[in-house]
Design a protein around this ligand. Structure first.
Ligand SMILES: *Cc1c(COP(=O)(O)O)cnc(C)c1O
Length: 414
């Protein structure tokens, strides 16, 4: 019988869809990016897309899936739902806020049930628009008239989180299978985080009994999560979003933080904190709450210069990591109190961020295709066919709109 997890059979190696690479004596990289769009979003969206499509088809229902993307959710959502009956996808991306490869992955995706819309603004603006639409009674009733149900592909959707628990258990078991640890031995996980969905999956795995010493959160210079975990402060008022070489983590309003707080502090207190964030742009945890949070998490961040140094260092040894993964290495170096084995999550293939990688190895190439060529020649790395093809595929989605025009654009499509 066909199942949702069969979607992993289309990954590079069906018998080992998530390879674990040893890069230090006690540090292992779990490569979550061997799916069709070369980022970890495929891990959840491939099976989730299958489940939702089959459900829609079985019940004869019609869904509109909305996705706001900082670059990786978009391609993964389009890919998992393309040509699926009963499902239409509208995908919003911040124009200029993604890499070339990420943008091409979206705007060349040609299927009747897909709509890709560029939005003037950054990812937070795009995600806010999505959340407003999802909550809007007016928009919902317009959809109801057309008999369309609404859902989201972002990690605000819990269906996605469920599939993001599994691979944490898998990477632990890989360490056991490779005789690196004994069953029951504790390990650290390092999770490069934005919307905190990956980390939330790790948290649930830990709660379910997976022997995790701590979940170490890494960020780029948009390090609001570092302050939250280290100081108990979540403060938007002193920050503006900064564009970095790890754009999937250029986020200030991290959605799944709320779910951690709900689990730890209860519904009432979480509502109080989230109301404070909405009304005052910030909140502060009590000392006891912070201590509770730090039982499971610790955090650090790296800026772009530091990440380039990390990418350069490992590239010299023949291992290429992308800038998101590179933010993990500072957490690995500085946050471990115990000499335990550590799994670092690699959330994207370097091919999605090749100009940054080219800088890291001492060449300044701004153009994605030139950077891909140069790096693959220099380090003997392969560029997968689905990435190479992007540069010759015709562009089918050209719409870029202002925030206020999104709803209209969407209703047109429907
Ligand atoms: C989405 C993404 C992240 C952040 O994951 P969250 O679950 O949102 O914290 C990190 N790295 C890459 C490459 C991503 O695509």
């Amino acid at each position: 019988m066909e199942s949702a997890l069969d979607r992993y059979d289309a990954f590079d190696d069906p018998s080992n869809p998530v390879p674990l690479s040893k890069i230090e004596e006690d540090c292992f990289v779990s490569e979550l990016y061997h799916g069709p769009t070369r980022a970890f979003k495929d891990m959840a969206l491939q099976p989730f897309g299958y489940v939702l499509s089959k459900l829609a088809q079985k019940r004869g229902e019609h869904y509109l899936i909305m996705a706001a993307t900082s670059g990786d959710t978009g391609p993964a959502t389009l890919e998992t739902f393309k040509n699926q009956e009963g499902v239409q996808v509208a995908c919003l991306y911040p124009d200029g806020g993604t890499s070339d490869v990420q943008r091409l992955q979206m705007v060349t995706e040609d299927a009747k049930n897909l709509k890709v819309i560029g939005v003037e603004g950054n990812f937070d603006d795009t995600q806010n628009t999505l959340k407003e639409l999802l909550a809007s009674e007016e928009f919902k009733s317009e959809l109801k008239e057309k008999n369309i149900k609404l859902s989201a592909a972002n990690s605000v959707n819990f269906g996605r989180i469920i599939f993001q628990i599994i691979y944490h258990i898998h990477s632990y078991l890989e360490l056991v299978r490779k005789d690196e640890i004994k069953m029951g031995e504790k390990i650290y996980l390092v999770v490069p985080s934005g919307n905190f969905g990956n980390a939330l999956g790790a948290y649930y795995a830990k709660k379910a009994g997976l022997p995790i010493e701590k979940i170490l959160i890494s960020s780029n210079i948009n390090n609001i999560l570092t302050d939250w975990i280290n100081k108990g402060e979540y403060d938007l008022t002193t920050r503006t979003l900064i564009q970095t070489e790890s754009p999937a983590m250029d986020i200030l309003k991290s959605s799944n933080v709320e779910r951690i707080m709900f689990d730890k502090f209860g519904a009432e207190r979480t509502k109080e904190l989230m109301d404070s964030l909405a009304n005052n742009g910030k909140y502060t945890l009590t000392k006891d709450e912070l201590a509770l949070l730090r039982e499971d998490f610790d955090a650090s961040f790296s800026d772009d210069t530091e990440c380039e140094a990390v990418v350069g260092k490992y590239a010299k040894n023949g291992y290429i990591m992308d800038p998101h993964t590179a933010t993990c290495m500072r957490a690995y170096d500085t946050l471990r109190d115990k000499p335990l084995k550590t799994v670092v999550y690699s959330t994207a293939e370097w091919t999605k961020f090749s100009p940054a990688v080219s800088r890291a190895i001492g060449d300044e190439v701004e153009d994605d295709i030139e950077a891909l060529k140069l790096i693959s020649a220099k380090i003997n790395a392969t560029v997968p066919a689905m990435i190479e093809k992007l540069f010759i595929k015709p562009i089918v989605h050209t719409v870029v709109v202002k925030k206020d025009d999104i709803k209209g654009e969407m209703l047109n499509f429907l």
